[in-house]
Design a protein around this ligand. Structure first.
Ligand code: SF4
Ligand code: SF4
Length: 134
């Protein structure tokens, strides 16, 4: 896959930009609606994607190399996770539908769901745990 093809796999759901809580004992991942400080809830995109690491150095890059070790915490519907699990893209994926809005119309994105992390103390993230919209 070329770099642009790899990038195009992203469906724009924005769910990887939501903070997660991992149970130290069970490894279970809980999704919260507390979004990364650079997440734009209206566009459902990173507001500073090209230079994001200047502000969020911990932002994880999804690459063919990193995918096997990070797939377990990616959202259930994430196209990279589906690729890793050998599953097909959903009908609402922009590469299938031809329309970047279908991920939102299908109700599987983070658009309109989030609160910014600078408004919620980390110790209170537990109060914002949500079921992943799928
Ligand atoms: S969860 Fe996957 S498909 Fe959704 S925005 Fe993140 S990288 Fe893209
Ligand atoms: S820096 Fe941007 S891409 Fe990374 S988690 Fe935050 S909003 Fe998402």
């Amino acid at each position: 896959m070329t770099p642009p093809e790899w990038e195009a796999l992203c469906d724009g759901c924005g769910k990887c930009c939501l903070n997660k809580l991992e149970d130290e004992d069970t490894g279970e991942i809980a999704l919260t609606r507390v979004a990364c400080r650079l997440f734009d809830d209206a566009t459902c995109r990173c507001a500073q994607y090209p230079v994001r690491r200047q502000f969020v150095p911990e932002c994880v890059s999804i690459s063919a190399e990193s995918l096997p070790s990070i797939a377990y915490w990616l959202p259930q519907t994430c196209a990279y996770r589906l690729l890793h699990e050998g599953r097909e893209l959903f009908h609402w994926h922009p590469l299938i539908s031809g329309d970047p809005e279908t991920v939102h119309a299908a109700g599987v994105s983070a658009r309109g769901l989030t609160v910014p992390e600078f408004e919620v103390d980390e110790e209170d993230w537990e109060d914002h745990i949500i079921e992943e919209p799928t």
